[in-house]
Design a protein around this ligand. Sequence first.
Ligand code: GDP
Length: 297
Amino acid sequence: MAFESLSDRLNKALKNITGQGKLTEKNMNDMLKEVRMSLLEADVNYEVVKNFIADVKEKAMGQEVMESLNPGQMVVKIVHDEIQELLGSEDAQLNFKKQGITTLMMVGLQGTGKTTASAKIAKYCTKKMKRRVLLVACDVVRPAAIQQLQTLGQDIDVDVFTMGADVDAVTTAEEAMKYAQDRQKDLVIFDTAGRLHIDEALMQELSDMKASIQPDNIVLTVDAMSGQDIITVARDFNEKLGITGLIVTKLDGDARGGGLLSVRSITNVPVLFVSNGEKMDDLEAFHPDRMADRILG
Ligand code: GDP
C-alpha cells in the first residue's frame, strides 16, 4: 500500500518521544530530523518539507508543550494536524449546479486512469447521489478509449454518448449536451483525450472544449506512482485550463506518497477523490483527516 514506508518511519520517530515525561530540546531536534528524513524519503517536495518542519518546530517548542505532562502526545497531535493541513484543511467536493445539468470535464495524461475514473465517478454519483448521469466519449484520438468507456458504461448501467472517432471532441460534446437535455440528465461527464506528455495540441483541444462546454468542474487525474511529477502536471494543467480538483489514482500500489502530500500546498488545487484499484467501486471521496490518520496509524 502507498505510504507504508513513510508511515513506518514517522511512527517510529514519534514513538521515541511519546513515552518521555519531559522533553529536551535535543530529543525534540532528533525527532524533527527523523521526521524530515522520512518526508524527504517519501519524495515530498523539498520546500514543502522545509515549511512543514519549521511549523512543527515552532508549535512543538512552545512553552505549553514543553511544560505539559504529556508533551510527546501533544507533539504527535501537532504532526498529525500539520499533515492534515498539507492534505487540505477541509473536505472538497464536486460543484453541483442547483438546477439544470452539471458538467464535469475529466482531463489527464494517458494511462493515469482517466477513463476508469470517469466511469467510477459516474457510478458513485448514480448510486450515492441519485444523479442521472451521462458519460460522453470525447477521446476521439484513441478509438479504443471510446470502446473502453462503452464497456464500462454497460457494466455500471450508465448511458454513454459517442459519435465515433470521426467527429471532433467539441462537436461530440455539444451534441451530448442536447442529448442530455432531452433525456433529463443532471450530470454529464466528458472523458477527454490524454497524451503521454503535455503538448500544445492536447491543451488546445481541451481549451476549445472548455470554451464550448464551460464546465462546472475540470478534474485532473494524476497517478500516485509518478511521485513529484504530479506537481508539475497539476501545475501545467492548472495554468492552462484552471482545474477545480484532482483525483489521485493507483494508491493501491506502493507509491511513496510524496506527490499527494505536496500537491495541495503547491498548487492549491484540492484532492476530491482517491482511487485504489481497477474495480468500479475502488473510488473514495478524499478526507484529509482520515488520510492523516492512516499515515500516522
Ligand atoms: P487513461 O488512459 O488515463 O484513460 O487510463 P485508463 O483509465 O485506461 O487506465 C489505465 C490503466 O490503469 C488501466 O489498466 C486501469 O485499469 C488502471 N487503473 C486505473 N485506476 C487504477 C487504480 O486506482 N489502481 C490500479 N491498480 N490500476 C488502475
